[in-house]
Design a protein around this ligand. Structure first.
Ligand SMILES: Nc1ncnc2c1ncn2[C@@H]1O[C@H](COP(=O)(O)OP(=O)(O)OP(=O)(O)O)[C@@H](O)[C@H]1O
Ligand SMILES: [Mg+2]
Length: 488
């Protein structure tokens, strides 16, 4: 449950806030003065504070200044009446998250509060990146045991202790933002703010002002001065998501801030000094953008000092069971229910999919399947049909049908085997073993089995296996099977 503290001496405002925002997820506390607000903050530790600038007693600005002496990152939204924007600007310089103009535009109010609560979560939830044991209870983790993920964890650890700029690359949904948050959470800047900006979501002409602020009259519509994220986030960490979508002039400013920690607000000439750590991410191949002269080469090299390359999920299918268990536990915990389980066929389907949307897509599929499942067990039918069903004969052209000439009772009763699933199991085994040679191992096993089934009749066994008797003989010699089975 998230806690929102409202500091306002007007009872009406307190009343409307409760009406609009109180929910099973959000608890509202209210204070009528700055003094009371500060006391309540240390007592209830809210996730977000919404505070009026003008109050009897200590002003909102003074309250914010005092709060900042003990807490650099608690998110505060200031409320101010029209015509007093100068105070709002002062508030932003003190690290307020945003400001709202009274009287409120309710949709805008909701939007700002939702985005602030989201930012609060990103700052608060510690993202664990140690390879986690399956049974452990944790809130937010980067799950993965494959070698590629181990290297990612190592890099996160190194980046957390340094203050270096980092570039995180990888396809959509591979966990770039999660990695950025893990670096922040474990860094020495974790007592300071973390602000994420999606460069692709902000119109090109506004991004520069969003990041660096602007002076009054800098462009049409710039009626007042504005403080940008770099200034607001001083001492903290800025996560520049989708950095490939940045205009050349913004790129130039970013380069300068990385090199010298200085910039000027748009339309201004006063130098502003900041100490901000930058973590950037992109799902576009920046090298290509550099080659096409769309992205500054010098900025690319400056960002690329430490690069975290997130592997696509299809390159680490072995992590799927771990991820599925993690998501099921997470969903179970949120719904206060025992996590659901699933059949091996479900896993076989999941391990065969190519996952263009990566971990995000997997998480969505698991969520949907828990809703679809009628009981505690997820079945293949609960998965979206695009993922396909466990293979049946003829359902995929590249998979051979059932083995010919099978005569045992088991085969008469059973469905055709899911050869892909079997191969996947074998590959997992081979990877964990290292010494296992799959083809000879499987061939030997099949030959022993066919001989056992036919009572050692080589003609029948060869027919079962789909090879000639001569070939069977050669294999029997090669694998020294005679010693194991008395062949007729
Ligand atoms: N290794 C992982 N372990 C657990 N959850 C993960 C992992 N990787 C990604 N996720 C989850 O998948 C979702 C997508 O992750 P995230 O937002 O970090 O991806 P992204 O690479 O930033 O994607 P995009 O490029 O689309 O912004 C999130 O809900 C995240 O919690
Ligand atoms: Mg992202």
């Amino acid at each position: 449950m998230e806690k929102l503290l409202l500091i306002d001496d007007e009872v009406d405002v307190q009343y409307s806030f409760r009406r609009i925002f109180e929910s099973p997820q959000v608890e509202i506390a209210a204070a009528s003065s700055g003094e009371e607000g500060l006391k309540l903050i240390s007592k209830i530790k809210p996730d977000l504070v919404v505070m009026d600038v003008r109050m009897g007693g200590m002003t909102g600005l003074e309250t914010l200044r005092r709060l900042r002496q003990t807490d650099a990152k608690l998110l505060v939204i200031m409320m101010t009446a029209y015509g007093t924007t100068q105070t709002a600007i002062e508030a932003m310089k003190l690290g307020a998250y945003d400001y709202l103009l009274k009287p409120f535009d309710i949709p805008k109010l909701k939007q700002v509060i939702e985005s602030a609560l989201q930012a609060a979560r990103a700052m608060k939830e510690v993202v664990s990146y140690e390879p986690l044991p399956d049974s452990e209870d944790y809130d937010v983790g980067i799950v993965g045991r494959t070698d590629v993920m181990q290297s990612v964890f190592k890099l996160i650890g190194q980046l957390a202790v340094s203050d270096a700029t980092a570039l995180i690359t990888g396809e959509s949904g591979t966990g770039k933002e999660l990695v950025a948050r893990a670096i922040y959470q474990h860094s020495k800047r974790n007592e300071k703010p973390f602000i994420a900006i999606n460069c692709a979501a902000i119109p090109e002409n506004l991004l520069e002002s969003e990041l660096f602020g602007h002076e009054r009259g800098a462009f049409t519509g710039a009626a007042t001065q504005r403080i940008g994220k770099f200034e607001q986030c001083n001492g903290g960490t800025i996560f520049l998501d989708e950095i490939g979508d940045m205009s050349p002039s913004t790129q130039t400013k970013i380069l300068r801030v990385l090199q010298s920690g200085t910039f000027e607000r748009v339309g201004g000439n006063k130098q502003v000094d900041v100490d901000v750590r930058v973590i950037a991410a992109t799902n576009k191949p920046l090298e290509q953008a550099v080659a096409a002269k769309e992205f500054r080469e010098d900025l690319f090299y400056r960002l690329n000092v430490v690069r975290v390359q997130m592997p696509p999920l299809r390159d680490r299918l072995e992590d799927i069971p771990l991820l599925v268990n993690y998501f099921l536990r997470k969903i179970g915990r949120n719904q206060k229910q025992r996590p659901k389980s699933y059949t091996p066929e479900v896993l076989a389907v999941l391990e065969r999919h190519q996952w263009p949307g990566n971990v995000r897509e997997l998480e969505n599929v698991v969520r949907r399947a828990t809703v679809m499942a009628k009981g505690d067990l997820i079945l293949p039918a609960d998965l979206p049909s695009e993922l396909g069903t466990p293979l049946t004969a003829g359902s995929a052209a590249d998979v051979p049908g059932p083995l010919p000439g099978r005569t045992t009772s088991q085969n008469l009763a059973g469905d055709p085997p899911d050869l892909r699933a079997v191969s996947q199991t074998l590959f997992r085994w081979a990877r964990s073993d290292g010494k296992l040679k799959i083809i000879p191992a499987v061939e030997r096993e099949l030959i022993i089995h066919s001989l056992a089934e036919t009572g050692g009749n080589q003609v029948q066994a060869a027919k079962l296996l789909g090879i000639t008797r001569a070939t069977l003989r050669k294999r029997i010699d090669k694998f020294q099977i005679k010693q194991l089975i008395s062949v007729q």
